[in-house]
Design a protein. Sequence first.
Length: 348
Amino acid sequence: MNIIKTSNSSLESVDFSNLLFGTVFSDHMLSCNFIDGKWQKPEILPYGPISFNPGLQVLHYGQSVFEGMKAFKNKDNEVLLFRKEENFKRLNKSAIRLSIPEIPEDIFMQGLNDLISLDQNWCKLGKDYSLYIRPFIFASSECIKASSSNEFKFMIITSPTSTYYNQDLNLFVEEKYTRAVKGGVGFAKAAGNYAASFYPTKIANSKGFQQVIWTDSSKHQFIEECGTMNVWFRIEDKLITPSISDTILSGITRDSIITLARESGIEVEEKDISILELLDAYKNDKLIEVFGTGTAVAVSPVKSITYRNHKMSFCDISDSFAVILKEKLQSIQRGEVMDKYGWTSKVI
């Protein structure tokens, strides 16, 4: 691994008490090129601009995938990565669907370790702090023919972060626009999935909502995701979350919450759930709470859901599953309790 260290760290200039998610970047980045049918030797460089021509294929056809990961500091000042193997697998699953060559495990894992080790001081100790990690791959050939690229670039950048949502989460049920369709790329972390969601989300924002609830593309009856999160409904004392399909991202946080909930004696059901079923549960005082899960947000409670002229509002409760499960998850991520699942690994 070729490593070139920065001569001018920006760490001391960062106000960690006032971080805006995804806008501050650590000192270094990893870069690796796919040329002539194989991945080349990776290198770590000072974070900065990358040079490319206007014909770069990703700019024209969106051939790009990414991952979202987090690292945490424990009380011994060690950096812990959370479920990195699952991020590696999902990145390559996304890559295959987008006709992108898979990243070898040694390039991903060694590059990740070396980069985080170098920038470990950017990962702060504290309940609200973590280091967000963004691996991504994009088409880097210079060609504007509508075809798969012959060259690609794999990179990892990192960003210190605190809370993702700093306001109540009010949701709007989307019935016109669609996030994903059967046979498409909804299960992949493809860049275009997110770009297509921005316009309907912007419309929802203009109406006072923070995010949308995506429904199925066929009849807009069944709930799929909530913004960029997997979504959960507590109906009486059962947790329900939509079943994974090729239109729903298989969240690593989602999988972790299922495990922790069941271990805690909470019944979990993965099923297709319609918005009318949800509304009926609310009207009968059975819908107790709603929350979303994802790498960036961890576990985020929902304040309200609006469906047409119906508004479902939720109050804080003393036995909140969202609060209980978030505490269990973050205790493992921060090394505060024994990790019997083998989810965390130290950066060395």
